[in-house]
Design a protein around this ligand. Structure first.
Ligand code: ZN
Length: 118
């Protein structure tokens, strides 16, 4: 089951955040490819997909990781994107861990923010 959350804006584009309870359906373009994902950013459909059955902190880190991809892509962050267009995954992991820790320490419940209000 896929549950829609809020939308997050990057460079004027709104990405739909969505939670999938099945890691094989996190990326709508890769369904049926037997690929399990914790998260994805889909530039075609403007979706940030997250696997909802992971621990809270991990989901939040994955969100920042995927958001970092969207930002790097939109703003052509050349220090994080090589000449073939491949993103620096390690840098995005570390940045996402730092953002998750820092914003949580300010009392922000990131996961709740990402979910749509009922
Ligand atoms: Zn990545």
């Amino acid at each position: 089951m896929i549950v829609k959350g809020k939308k997050v804006k990057v460079g004027g584009e709104s990405y739909q955040i969505q939670f999938s309870d099945d890691p094989r359906t996190v990326d709508p373009d890769k369904e049926g490819q037997a690929q399990s994902l914790d998260g994805c950013v889909n530039y075609n459909q403007y979706i940030i997909g997250l696997h909802s059955k992971e621990p809270k902190v991990h989901i939040e880190q994955v969100f920042f990781h995927e958001l970092s991809h969207a930002i790097a892509e939109k703003y052509h962050l050349t220090s994080l994107v090589d000449e073939t267009g491949k993103h620096d995954e390690a840098a995005m992991d570390l940045m996402s861990m730092g953002l998750q820790e820092a914003l949580s320490s300010l009392g922000l419940n990131i996961l709740e923010l990402l979910k749509a209000k009922k």
